[in-house]
Design a binder for this molecule. Structure first.
Ligand code: HEC
Length: 119
C-alpha cells in the first residue's frame, strides 16, 4: 500500500516544483521590470520641476555659468546626487535647501523628467 504512493506522485511532485520555479522566476522578472515604471513618473516630475526652473532654467537648460544643465542628465546619476544633497553628503548652499524638501518619490519623478528631455 505504502509503496504505491511515491511512484505516481513523483512526476506530480516534479511537475509541481518546476511550475513553482517558473512562477517564482516570472514573478521576479515582472517585479524587476514593473518596479521602476511604477516608482517614477516624468509627468509628475515636470510639475515638480517648477521648484528648479529659477536656477536650472526652463526645460533644464541653465542660463548661469555656475548652475548645471539638467536636461538629458542620466536618471541614476540625478537620483544619487539629489539624495546626496538632501542627506547632507554633497554640499551646496543653493541646492541643499531645495533638496531637503524632496521625498524619494519626488526625486525619482524629477530625475525621470529631466532624463527624458532631448535637445
Ligand atoms: C537656488 C538655485 C537652485 C535651485 C532652485 C535648484 N538648484 Fe539644483 N543646483 C544648483 C546649483 C548651484 C548646483 C551646483 C552645485 C555644486 O556646484 O555642487 C545644483 C546642482 C544640481 C544637481 C547636480 C548636477 C550635477 O551635474 O552634478 C542636480 C541633479 C540638481 N541640482 C537638481 C535640482 C532639482 C531637481 C531642483 C528642483 C527640485 C533644483 N536642482 C533646484 C542650484 C539650484
Amino acid at each position: 500500500m505504502n509503496v504505491a504512493f511515491p511512484v505516481p506522485c513523483a512526476p506530480l511532485a516534479r511537475a509541481f516544483s518546476a511550475r513553482t520555479g517558473l512562477v517564482l522566476v516570472a514573478t521576479l522578472v515582472l517585479g524587476l521590470v514593473s518596479a521602476p515604471a511604477s516608482a517614477q513618473d516624468a509627468a509628475a516630475g515636470k510639475e515638480k520641476s517648477v521648484a528648479c526652473v529659477a536656477c536650472h532654467g526652463p526645460e533644464g537648460v541653465s542660463a548661469n555659468r555656475e548652475w548645471p544643465n539638467l536636461a538629458g542628465q542620466k536618471f541614476d546619476y540625478m537620483v544619487k546626487h539629489l539624495r546626496k544633497f538632501r542627506d547632507g553628503i554633497r554640499n551646496d548652499p543653493l541646492m541643499e535647501p531645495v533638496a531637503r524638501t524632496l521625498t524619494d518619490k519626488d526625486i525619482n519623478d524629477l530625475a525621470a523628467y529631466y532624463a527624458a528631455i532631448r535637445h
